[in-house]
Design a protein around this ligand. Structure first.
Ligand SMILES: *Cc1c(COP(=O)(O)O)cnc(C)c1O
Length: 375
């Protein structure tokens, strides 16, 4: 392998895409390969096996498909819900559904969830593990336990786009039926892969459908034989996989599951990085959107601006210091806060000093903004 170093660039610390390692970027530059070739088959096969490891599942069925994270939602809607069936959505809306709301900065009240589940039969319950607009972390284990106790036939569907590989997720032990995610956040790969893992229970529910899946491209009838073939060691075709991205994904998964750090150490480094940033934020006198540390994500931080400040006072000043952060997203407070991502190599390779760079840029940007307001 050639020694490869990516060219100097601004530090990308938004809640995805994230910084990727030199090895991952180099793997993406693999010479063109046939997706049906004997050399490529084990590359996708390895991705399927290592994706299970990241989610602590031995029997879950991964689907690794060209698309963004959003394609995971299409897969859920097309394969698991039939006409007339209901979905209960915690936090954010998508289907024709009932919703249980959480106040800004908090996660849902499990008593409310239990009430909703007892009132009606739901085919699926969905929740977002880390809400990218607020940095609120839901208690996935407690939500799944509530469903199993009150409505055990309901499938537990988790949007883990902003949490997989930065937060602990134990799919088998916690009883989560679907985890859907994307390549460009905690999994440390360029954007372009939809990654979804379905429990065997979810696969059985899919196989028992009375009506066909309601999508062509997202149909598991098409993709399940393809995923099974590649895992067995033979090629199969429905639609061409993004071959180079699959090489990049395998390299990142290898670094995540077979590198010097265990997954537990990886999660601990995310907690450590976020704590350092939070301490610096508190020192600047700023507050976070999550109302308590217990519901705050470890792979991103959402920070309220002081009165009289807008995101446009800080985000461009960070950019001038070569640190790319994101503005607000939640409609209620959009211009009153900004967001910083700290997933993957930015926290797992402390020698890069990314957290230090973010903290110094934050201090300088606030000092600069304060000075220009006085002037
Ligand atoms: C980023 C994100 C998405 C959307 O993923 P895309 O890859 O942009 O389609 C969905 N849910 C959450 C929680 C996210 O953070």
């Amino acid at each position: 392998m050639t020694t490869f170093t990516q060219e100097p660039h601004k530090l990308l610390v938004i809640p995805g895409p994230i910084e990727v390692t030199d090895e991952v970027l180099y793997a993406n530059a693999h010479p063109s390969m046939s997706h049906m070739s004997a050399d490529f088959v084990p590359v996708l096969g390895d991705c399927i096996r290592m994706t299970r490891e990241v989610l602590f599942t031995t029997t879950g069925q991964p689907f690794i498909i060209a698309g963004s994270g959003t394609l995971g939602w299409d897969q859920v809607a097309a394969n698991l819900v039939e006409a007339g069936e209901s979905a209960l959505v915690l936090n954010s809306g998508y289907f024709e559904v009932d919703e249980v709301y959480a106040d800004l900065g908090t996660s849902v009240d499990l008593v409310e969830v239990e009430k909703a589940l007892s009132s009606k039969k739901y085919k699926i319950l969905t929740f977002t593990h880390v809400d990218t607009s607020t940095a609120v972390l839901s208690d996935a284990q407690a939500i799944a336990a509530t469903v199993q106790r009150v409505s055990p036939d309901t499938l537990v569907v988790m949007d883990g786009v902003c949490s997989v590989a930065s937060e602990e997720i134990r799919m088998d032990a916690w009883g989560i039926d679907i985890v859907l995610t994307a390549s460009q956040k905690g999994l440390g790969t360029p954007p372009g892969l939809s990654i979804l893992v379905a429990s065997q229970k979810a696969i059985k529910v899919f196989e028992a459908r009375k009506t066909p899946p309601t999508s062509y491209y997202a149909s598991w009838k098409k993709w399940l034989p393809v995923m099974q073939a590649y895992e067995r060691g033979s090629a199969a075709y429905f639609a061409t996989p993004p071959v180079n991205l699959v090489y990049a994904f395998r390299t990142s998964l290898t670094q995540i599951t077979k590198g010097p750090q265990s997954l537990e150490e990886r999660f601990a480094l995310h907690r450590k990085g976020s704590q350092r940033l939070r301490d610096a934020v508190a020192e600047l006198g700023l507050k976070q959107l999550p109302t308590s540390p217990a519901v705050a994500a470890n792979g991103m931080t959402a920070i309220y601006l002081p009165d009289g400040y807008a995101a446009s006072d800080i985000v461009p000043r960070m950019l001038k210091r070569n640190v790319v952060v994101a503005g607000g997203l939640h409609k209620d407070v959009k211009d009153k806060y900004f967001r910083i991502g700290h997933m993957g190599v930015s926290v797992t390779d402390e020698s890069r000093g990314d957290i230090d760079k973010i903290i110094s840029a934050l201090r300088e940007s606030f000092a600069d903004a304060a000075a220009s307001k006085k002037a």
